[in-house]
Design a protein around this ligand. Structure first.
Ligand SMILES: [Zn+2]
Ligand SMILES: [Zn+2]
Length: 268
């Protein structure tokens, strides 16, 4: 009889958590710090909204997700519980290079990452993987994941800080691909998506990029679909020229002019 990985059932001679499942878990644990940072931003926005009104208002505001427990609490508890369990093992390692984080979840994820071999042969590895994966997934859902979003640059709105001093908001803005407006998660300013896109494109006009980069940049930032083959077509027909700086590079502003020109011709 061959032994298998308790999670995916793949053959694993000693019945340990297999290499692939361990890697997946490590990747999840490696994301914890970034997720906690995102959750912090969501919460600081909540705090700002609370501060803006009367002192009693903050408590009346709903938490990040109505009807659910704070995902940070879940992360801290689930990860913390398993990390303490792991640290109770005689062979547990704690690298002094890891300064404990102010976030229990981050500290716990570091403990687990430095003890992957103990996790692999943990008698309750199935529960460990299920609970940890679940807690991280919940936290991910609670923050708007930039990965499914369109990047719209930094906010740059002047906003008073808690001491009433004017500061420039440097929060990164992300919007869903279909949104018309995007609200800054930190200062609450509203930005029309169309204007943001035009502004970003204008700022990027002098960038020299490859054909592939130009296609994805105009698509992601500008919401303008222009395939690599159409760009090559423009180059071939002499409507666009390579520019020095990058091998086979083109200037984004040049491409934008051609694309605008083209769409005017089509609509004429
Ligand atoms: Zn596996
Ligand atoms: Zn802002």
């Amino acid at each position: 009889m061959t032994a298998t990985c308790p999670i995916c059932g793949a053959e694993q001679a000693e019945g340990l958590l297999c290499h692939a499942c361990t890697t997946t878990l490590e990747r999840e644990l490696g994301d914890v710090a970034a997720i906690v940072a995102e959750l912090d931003i969501s919460l600081s926005k909540q705090a700002r909204i609370g501060n803006a009104g009367s002192p009693g208002l903050a408590r009346e505001r709903t938490p990040i997700n109505v009807g659910t427990v704070d995902p940070r609490w879940i992360l801290d508890n689930v990860l913390g519980t398993w990390a303490r369990d792991i640290m109770g093992e005689p062979d547990a390692r704690w690298s002094p290079a890891f300064v404990p984080s102010r976030s229990p979840a981050i500290t716990a994820s570091r403990v687990m990452l430095s003890n992957a071999s103990l996790i692999r042969r943990h008698p309750a590895v199935t529960e460990l993987v299920d609970e940890i994966t679940d807690a991280i997934a919940q936290a991910r859902r609670a923050v708007d994941r930039p990965a499914d979003r369109v990047y719209l640059g930094q906010c740059y709105v002047e906003t008073p800080d808690p001491d009433g001093k004017q500061v420039t908001c440097l929060a990164e803005l992300y919007a869903s691909p279909t949104a018309c407006e995007v609200q800054c998660k930190v200062c609450g300013a509203e930005h029309p998506v169309g204007e943001r896109r035009a502004w970003l494109l204008q700022r990027a006009a002098d960038m020299i990029v490859t054909v592939k980069e130009a296609s994805s940049y105009l698509g992601e930032i500008g919401g303008i679909k222009v395939s690599q083959s159409s760009i090559r077509g423009y180059l071939h027909r002499g409507r666009l020229a390579y520019r020095p700086g990058v091998e086979n590079g083109i200037r984004l502003g040049d491409l934008l002019n051609v694309v605008m020109d083209e769409s005017e011709r089509k609509s004429a």
